[in-house]
Design a protein. Structure first.
Length: 233
């Protein structure tokens, strides 16, 4: 499995508190069958996370070296989770994209955002959107998700919401998205070393049971390979 949304870089946001916790998280992931992880630290100036590619790259490189020294068999990829912002395009220009592609992982937050207009404006500038955990946005209904999907927007659902953790409303939307196969990626959104580090493994089993092995492989592995690692589309 490939986890495209994690907060494993230490001391840069509300994720791992130090590099030892980062390594513990990755060891936990490895035990659950995860082979590749994207480090997607918050880029969120309005929340005080003023991270840029320049400020994060050395920390990423240090973690990568420690992973190799610890013989953790996980491939690391560089990215970020970018908050919606009034100067979004300028922020994207200085933030890590997903593995240096034209895909960005965007968090639109709980305050209502015009996701259709924002993603359209980015698209005409050849910036492709992956919406982070759309099931969390109380203002985003399934009809809008269907429209966005037809317009080429990709969706990342958080694994815990597929295994009956978190808000009931989020679980309901995640379940409906799974039923209609509107999900493009499942990711952990893991912030700390804890028992939820196995959420991807459990969610994979749920998806395989409720849909098919083919769809589970697609949203846990193949889409990440196609769009973000090999960048074929």
């Amino acid at each position: 499995m490939i986890d495209i949304h994690t907060h494993i870089l230490p001391q840069v946001d509300d994720g791992a508190k130090d590099i030892e916790e980062s390594l513990t998280m990755l060891k936990n992931f490895e035990q659950c069958g995860i082979t590749a992880v994207f480090a997607t630290s918050h880029v969120a100036p309005n929340r005080g996370f003023n991270n840029t590619k320049a400020t994060l790259i050395n920390i990423f490189d240090t973690l990568q070296k420690r992973v190799q020294e610890a013989a953790i068999n996980i491939k690391l990829y560089f990215g970020s989770e970018i908050d919606d912002h009034e100067k979004l395009e300028a922020i994207i220009a200085s933030a890590p994209t997903m593995n240096n592609t034209n895909y960005v992982l965007l968090d639109f937050g709980m305050k209502k955002a015009d996701i259709e207009d924002i993603t359209y404006e980015l698209k005409i500038r050849n910036i492709k959107t992956i919406v982070a955990h759309p099931e969390r946005y109380t203002y985003l209904d399934i009809e809008t998700i269907r429209r966005l999907k037809k317009q080429g927007v990709l969706f990342q659902v958080s694994a815990p919401h597929l295994i009956k953790h978190g808000r009931k409303a989020s679980q309901k939307i995640a379940k409906q998205m799974l039923k209609e196969q509107l999900i493009d990626f499942v990711a952990s959104d893991a912030h700390h070393a804890n028992t939820m580090n196995n959420a991807m493994q459990k969610a994979y089993d749920v998806v395989k049971k409720k849909t098919s092995l083919e769809y589970a492989e697609k949203i846990f592995i193949k889409n990440a390979e196609t769009y973000l690692i090999n960048n074929e589309q």
